[in-house]
Design a protein around this ligand. Structure first.
Ligand SMILES: C[S@@+](CC[C@H](N)C(=O)[O-])C[C@H]1O[C@@H](n2cnc3c(N)ncnc32)[C@H](O)[C@@H]1O
Length: 245
C-alpha cells in the first residue's frame, strides 16, 4: 500500500525511522496517518469513524433536528443526495451519511483525500453492520470541486451542495486546533471559496449550505435565504428550489 500511495501522491517513499521530513504520511498496520516529526511535534492525525467524536455524534448528535441536518433540509421520509464539496476529514459528511443521505465527498488535497479514503475503507470493513452501511453511502473522490461542479450534468446534479471551506479564525478545542494547523500547512486558506459558492449555486438541485463560524460574515457577502445557528457554528442556506416542489 505504501509504495502505491507514494506513486499516486508523488511523494518519496522512505522507511519511517529514516525520515528527516517535517510531516510523515505513515502507513501502519491499522491505518494511514499523518504524523508531524521533530521536537514538540503533536500526535498523529487520521480519520476514524469507529470511535471518538464521530461515534458519539452518531449516537447522541440529535438526529434530523440537529442544525446540520436542518440546514441540509432532511425531512421525514426524504433524504437528499449530498455533494460534500470540501470533505476534509469527512466529519460533517459522516453525520449526514449516518442520517441516511447518499454522500459524494470531494477533497482536492491529495494527502487529506488519502486519509479520508482510508477512514471510509476501514469503516466499510468494520464489525458494526450499521457503520458498514453508513460507509457504503460515502463515495470519496480526489477532485477540485469547482471543476467537478462545472462538468456536472443537470441530470447528475446533487440535491444539496455542502461547503465548509477553511476559515482564518476559528475557536476550537486543542485537538481540532492541532488538526487545523496541519490542515493549514497542507491546504492553505481556500482563497477560491467564493467561486466555489457560485459554482455550487449553479448546480445544486435544492440548496447550498455553507458552514461558517458564528461571528463570520457571509461567504462572498452573499446573503443567504436563511441561517441556522448552533453555539459556535452558523449554517447559511442558499435555497434554489423548495424541497418537495
Ligand atoms: C475546513 S475543511 C472541511 C472539514 C470537513 N467539513 C469535516 O467535517 O471534516 C476544508 C477542506 O476543504 C477542502 N477544499 C477546499 N476547497 C476545495 C475545492 N474547491 N475542492 C475540493 N476540496 C476543497 C480543503 O482542502 C480542506 O481539506
Amino acid at each position: 500500500m505504501a509504495s502505491h500511495l507514494a506513486e499516486i501522491l508523488k511523494l518519496p517513499l522512505v522507511p519511517a525511522a529514516d525520515c528527516s521530513c517535517g510531516l510523515l504520511l505513515l502507513v501502519t498496520r491499522e491505518r494511514l496517518e499523518l504524523r508531524p516529526q521533530g521536537p514538540g511535534a503533536t500526535g498523529s492525525v487520521y480519520v476514524d469513524f469507529t470511535a471518538g467524536r464521530a461515534a458519539h455524534r452518531r449516537r447522541f448528535g440529535g438526529g434530523v433536528s440537529q442544525p446540520l441536518a436542518r440546514a441540509a433540509g432532511l425531512k421525514r421520509g426524504w433524504r437528499p443526495r449530498v455533494l460534500d464539496a470540501t470533505a476534509g476529514m469527512g466529519r460533517d459528511g459522516f453525520v449526514l451519511a449516518a442520517l441516511g443521505c447518499e454522500l459524494t465527498l470531494l477533497e482536492r488535497s491529495p494527502v487529506i483525500w488519502a486519509l479520508l479514503e482510508d477512514g471510509v475503507r476501514r469503516a466499510r470493513a468494520a464489525e458494526d453492520p450499521e457503520l458498514r452501511a453508513i460507509a457504503q453511502r460515502m463515495i470519496v473522490r480526489h477532485a477540485d470541486a469547482i471543476r467537478y461542479l462545472e462538468r456536472l450534468s443537470e441530470r447528475d446534479a446533487p440535491d444539496v451542495v455542502y461547503l465548509d471551506p477553511m476559515y482564518p479564525h476559528r475557536r476550537k478545542s486543542a485537538r481540532v486546533k492541532k488538526e487545523m494547523s496541519l490542515f493549514r500547512a497542507l491546504v492553505g486558506d481556500d482563497p477560491d471559496s467564493e467561486a466555489l459558492l457560485q459554482a455550487a449555486r449553479g448546480r445544486a438541485g435544492y440548496r447550498v449550505v455553507v458552514k461558517r463560524p458564528t461571528q463570520a460574515g457571509y461567504l462572498g457577502d452573499a446573503s443567504p435565504t436563511m441561517s441556522i445557528e448552533s453555539p459556535n457554528t452558523r449554517y447559511d442556506v442558499y435555497v434554489r428550489k423548495g424541497i418537495g416542489r
